[in-house]
Design a protein around this ligand. Structure first.
Ligand code: CA
Length: 225
């Protein structure tokens, strides 16, 4: 059973989230302040944290900083629509994903499943499909439905290797640049835009309207199966 720590100071929202998660088989710990969240984490192992950024006693960003001192537990941030800079900062500090309020329960559940999959499958070889093209990451082959091979460059393979292993999850531009170049320093994120344009031309059914290799503006990219 997956144990989730819910950190949210709006009591009705906290209660609604907890009820929904319990109904779907998750074990839930509730915390309405940052201090209570950190105490709960010290007391018991959790598989994921859902974290509101606006808390009464400390900023959610400070909670992330404190957690990342000692744990890699996946963190999904709940952020206000106006809090874009805050969201970027949260991701930079090691949050794994975000949903913007108001969000649907389905959206949050999809993000939680994506973090669970990442934890379970990070080292396994993998096949996936992008549109109609079958990608085999272990064999590094991309095959169209008629059997013809799609040629991908080594850099394109590095990008797919990171992205396709985490279906549904946000992968930040920094994480992709690090995978491709060994470091995200001194690298212009527009470098990635060029590679994604190439990948979409090769793999997406409609490259101008990508449905599988999706840009999250200002944040990164997401693979939608
Ligand atoms: Ca709040």
């Amino acid at each position: 059973m997956m144990r989730v720590l819910l950190v949210e100071d709006e009591k009705p929202l906290l209660r609604a989230l907890a009820m929904n998660l319990v109904a779907r088989g998750y074990a839930v710990t509730e915390a309405d302040t940052g201090t209570r969240a950190l105490t709960a984490l010290a007391d018991a192992r959790h598989d994921a944290i859902v974290l509101d950024l606006g808390l009464p006693d400390m900023s959610g960003v400070d909670v992330i900083r404190a957690v990342r001192e000692y744990a890699s537990t996946p963190i999904i941030v709940l952020s206000a629509r106006s809090g874009s800079a805050e969201k970027v900062q949260a991701l930079d500090l090691g949050a794994d994903d975000y949903v913007t309020k108001p969000f649907s329960m389905d959206e949050l559940l999809a993000r939680l499943r994506a973090t669970g999959r990442r934890a379970a499958s990070v080292d396994e070889p993998l096949t996936a499909t992008v549109g109609t093209v079958t990608i085999d990451l272990a064999m590094t082959t991309a095959t169209a439905p008629d059997g013809t091979k799609v040629h991908l460059t080594p850099t394109e393979w590095k990008i797919l290797d990171v992205l396709l292993r985490r279906p549904g999850a946000l992968v930040t531009s920094d994480a992709l640049l690090t995978a491709v170049r060994g470091s995200s320093e001194h690298t212009d994120p527009s470098y990635l835009r060029i590679y994604f344009a190439q990948l979409r031309r090769k793999l997406e059914p409609e490259p101008s309207r990508p449905r599988h290799l999706v840009t999250e503006p200002g944040m990164g990219y997401r693979y939608r199966p």
